[in-house]
Ligand binder design. Structure first.
Ligand SMILES: Nc1ncnc2c1ncn2[C@@H]1O[C@H](COP(=O)(O)OP(=O)(O)OP(=O)(O)O)[C@@H](O)[C@H]1O
Ligand SMILES: [Mg+2]
Length: 199
C-alpha cells in the first residue's frame, strides 16, 4: 500500500494510505499506531483531537492546520486519535452556535486531510464510529474494526509479550490473569504487576 501511494505520487496522483480504526475502548487502537511506526521504522506524529479543542473555538481550526502542516513535512505515520471529538456528523447539528463552529472545524479537518502527501501513512481511531461525518469516513481507503480479544487471544497476547522479553508464566498464572475480564489494558497491567513481583 505504501509503495502504491509512492508510485502514484510520482505520477502526481493523490492517493492516501489511510486507515480508520474503530471499536470499543482498550482494544489496542492507539497502540497499533505505535506498532506500525515501529514496524515501518517511521516517526510517529500523534495528534489527539480531544486535547486540541481550544476554549476559543476559532483557534482549534488553526491548531489543526498547524499540526497537519508539521506532519506533512516528512514521511511519517500520522495518527489522528479520538477523531469523533470533532468530526461529528454535520447533518445532525443545527449549524448554529458552537455546533456551527464544530461543522466549520470538520470542514477544515477535511481540507487539511486532502492536502496530506501520499508518503504520509494516516491512521485514525475512534470508539464512536456512529458520530463521524460520512464525508470524513469516505476519505479512508480502509476501515478496520478492532474487536475485543477472545480469552484465547488474550492468553496469546500475554505469551507474546513475555516471550519478547524472555520470560514465561505457567498456564495457571496466565489463566488467573485473563479470568473474568476482556479488558486488554487491565490484562496487560496485571501481567506487568505479576512480572514485577517475580523480578
Ligand atoms: N495487542 C496488544 N498487545 C499488547 N498490549 C495491548 C494490546 N492491545 C491492548 N493492549 C494494552 O491495552 C492498553 C490500551 O490500549 P489502547 O490505548 O491502544 O486502546 P484503545 O483502543 O486506543 O482505547 P481507547 O478507545 O480507550 O482510546 C495498552 O496500553 C496496552 O497495555
Ligand atoms: Mg486510544
Amino acid at each position: 500500500m505504501a509503495e502504491v501511494s509512492q508510485k502514484l505520487m510520482e505520477l502526481q496522483i493523490p492517493y492516501k494510505n489511510a486507515t480508520l480504526l474503530y471499536g470499543p475502548p482498550e482494544t489496542g487502537k492507539t497502540m497499533f499506531a505505535r506498532y506500525i511506526a515501529f514496524k515501518k521504522a517511521l516517526p510517529l506524529c500523534y495528534l489527539n483531537f480531544s486535547r486540541i479543542i481550544d476554549s476559543y473555538m476559532g483557534s482549534t481550526a488553526k491548531n489543526i492546520a498547524k499540526a497537519f502542516a508539521y506532519a506533512s513535512s516528512n514521511s511519517c505515520i500520522f495518527m489522528l486519535d479520538e477523531v469523533d471529538t470533532i468530526s461529528c456528523d454535520r447533518k445532525s447539528t443545527s449549524g448554529k452556535g458552537s455546533d456551527g463552529e464544530m461543522s466549520r472545524i470538520t470542514v477544515t479537518l477535511m481540507q487539511e486531510f486532502d492536502k496530506i502527501p501520499n508518503d504520509v501513512i494516516v491512521l485514525a481511531a475512534t470508539n464512536r464510529y456512529d458520530l463521524l461525518d460520512s464525508a470524513f469516513v469516505s476519505r479512508f481507503s480502509t476501515k478496520q474494526e478492532m474487536k475485543p480479544f477472545t480469552t484465547e487471544e488474550n492468553q496469546k497476547m500475554i505469551q507474546m509479550f513475555l516471550s519478547d522479553i524472555g520470560y514465561e508464566f505457567d498456564e495457571t498464572e496466565i489463566n488467573r490473569i485473563v479470568k473474568g475480564t476482556h479488558d486488554q489494558r487491565e490484562i496487560m497491567s496485571k501481567t506487568i504487576q505479576l512480572l514485577a513481583e517475580k523480578i
